[in-house]
Design a binder for this molecule. Structure first.
Ligand code: ACO
Length: 333
């Protein structure tokens, strides 16, 4: 009998500390008007001292498990997507396994930045379908605030990113289940790897990292904003179209679209291209900024909690980001 996977529950968690555009304008040459107009961001959340990326993920994971009706001991695999792990190695998956007090279940880290959650979900789906796991915790979490440069030199990225976490409980179901993941499409083009990246620490050149690197800003994100924008507005619609066509569906069939919250202008361009009304497209970037690997599950979890997505709805998750990597997942919630 075929096995499929479904999202049994979702949970999210953001830090309490709200940082407004005006708060950032006090630290660098920027303004609330510039940030709102170019990105749609009004405020974001930053962690307090002492809170780690895995700490945010732990709270989100516990909320997701309650939402799914899972006991923590039932989890048999963890997949953790982040670009801001607690340590350069080992990955956050293993740390989360320990913090949740789980047995020695497998833990995989995914380094696909803004596409991380879609890639992680596809891996969970595949593991479940092949019988390797039955209950997989899929997590996206970021603590960006400790890697940004809050001065004029870092203003192009410092105003965009925020901290947050979200998790999905993905479980095995039989072929009779109307709630199931349908398919994924995943892509990468490493020609653009250095258009959106953090160069150091890294082994491509010696030393791995130095004070000079820090002073030159190489440990902060670099983004060619125009290049990212140009690719994002074409690749989002193309990959959404790809998964829909493969299932014999069209844009109008999508009950709810959860695009990675990169930038409100990108989301709007994608929404208009697909001809979807605003109430069928997730948008929470105004409150949280771009939370990268957390952004899709965070927006999805909020939409479910607000009653915007119901069981059986056709939901499309879509991502584009560093690599460049991009992808989409189509599912019946
Ligand atoms: N505040 C004020 N001015 C700023 C800021 C800031 N925070 N950052 C840059 N500027 C200045 C620039 O220095 C430039 O000044 P200049 O004209 O004197 O050289 C001016 O604003 C305009 O800069 P542009 O880069 O031309 O601005 P643009 O209109 O392209 O907007 C933006 C920049 C918002 C980054 C845009 O390119 C964009 O939306 N790109 C998509 C990138 C994105 O969404 N990234 C999200 C993260 S990646 C991801 O999730 C996929």
């Amino acid at each position: 009998m075929s096995t499929f996977a479904r999202i049994a529950g979702l949970g999210h968690h953001v830090p309490d500390r709200v940082v407004t555009n005006d708060d950032l304008a006090a630290l660098m040459d920027t303004s609330d008007a510039w940030i709102r107009e170019r990105t749609g961001i009004v405020e974001r959340r930053f962690v307090e001292d002492g809170t780690t990326c895995t700490d945010l993920a732990e709270v989100a994971s516990r909320a997701a498990m309650v939402n799914a009706g899972w006991e923590p001991g039932e989890v048999d695999f963890i997949i953790f997507a982040t670009l801001s792990p607690d340590l350069y190695f080992p990955g956050n998956g293993a740390i989360l396994q320990h913090q949740l007090g789980l047995g020695p279940v497998g833990a995989l880290d995914v380094r696909n930045q803004c596409s991380g959650f879609v890639y992680a979900l596809s891996a969970a789906d595949a593991y479940i379908r092949m019988g390797m796991a039955r209950k997989v915790l899929v997590v996206g979490a970021e603590v960006h605030s400790r890697g940004l440069v809050f001065s004029d030199s870092g203003r192009d990225t410092a105003v965009i990113f925020g901290d947050g976490a979200a998790a999905a409980c993905v479980e095995a179901v039989g072929p009779e289940s109307g709630s199931r993941i349908l398919r994924h499409a995943l892509h990468a083009d490493g020609k653009y790897a250095r258009e959106l990246c953090i160069l150091k620490p890294g082994s491509a050149s010696a030393p791995y990292v130095s004070n000079d690197h820090i002073e030159a800003g190489l440990t902060a994100p670099y983004m060619n904003g125009r290049e990212v924008f140009r690719h994002a507005v074409t690749k989002f619609p193309a990959v959404i179209q790809e998964v829909l066509e493969a299932e014999g569906l069209e844009a109008a069939d999508v009950d709810f679209l959860v695009p990675h919250q990169a930038n409100l202008r990108i989301t709007e361009a994608v929404r208009q291209r697909m001809g979807l009304p605003e109430d069928r497209v997730a948008s929470n970037i105004s409150h949280y900024g771009n939370t990268t690997a957390a952004s899709i599950p965070l927006a999805f979890s909020e939409a479910v909690a607000e009653g915007k997505v119901k069981r059986g709805d056709l939901v499309c998750l879509a991502a584009f980001g560093a690599g460049f990597t991009w992808g989409a997942s189509l599912l019946r919630y």
